[in-house]
Design a protein around this ligand. Sequence first.
Ligand code: KIV
Length: 308
Amino acid sequence: MTQGPSSEKSAAKRKPVKITTLRRMKERGERITMVTAYDATFAQMFDEAAIEMLLVGDSLGMVVQGHDNTLPVTVDEVIYHCRAVARGTRYAHIVGDMPFMSYATPDEAVRNAGRFLAEGGAHSVKLEGGEEMAETIRRIVSAGIPVVAHVGLTPQHVHAMGGFRVQGKTEAAAERVLRDARAVEAAGACAVVLEGIPTDLAADITATLNIPTIGIGAGAECDGQVLVSYDLLGLTPNFQPKFVKRYAEMFSDGIEAAKAYRDEVKSGAFPAREHTFGIVKRDNPLFTVAEDPKRVAGSGGGGYGPQG
Ligand code: KIV
């Protein structure tokens, strides 16, 4: 495997990632990175880090909305988040995740998939399922919409699977996952997410397919990896499954920051002189508060508020 392009260049200066880029990366043995994003700020952060694919995942139902699973998420909600992500992205390929029951029939699937591109600014859509989804994938792809497939552990089937369980552990089950992966490739998928399957099975699938495999809980032999951004940033303190590595501790850092802010507001240390705005007519008797030097200092702001 090679290292891939440097992340030194700013996102705006790099060539945007297309589905042809992903295929070329597989051919060159260059690993693909994908993370979930749900808003413009996080998208901008990952774009600057040269992450190639941003998935507006239906995992937003769990990490953003606080549900126990992804089933309540709607097409309108994912499209809303896609739009925000698209505004923060210059470089990455944006994948819109089709929610539960939004692709129950091929007609519905094509109609909804089109909305992700036309209204959400996504570049492709992702849907869960293997052989049984082949016809649906074919129809979406014929409409000119790239599809990322998703086989193995498919979270939208949580009840049918009896929970979030590793798939493909027996020989028969492994063959089924392999058949699923082959079927989605034959149907025209541009990449496939392999979730929650044994490493050897993911390696076999990766060697068999021409399209890139993106693993999550599927070992190191996949063509790329995907993680839920909240997991990799340490924003999900009560969720630490085996396949997740945390690269930051943003939840506990956030608590510390909020405590420091609270303490400083209570003590009067914040806002300090440099965070406050001056008054133009200091001698106007109406503005007696301006006599207090702590209150009159500073001008120039930024962000959401007045500029001074
Ligand atoms: O919705 C999501 O975040 C996903 C990833 C786990 C692949 O489907």
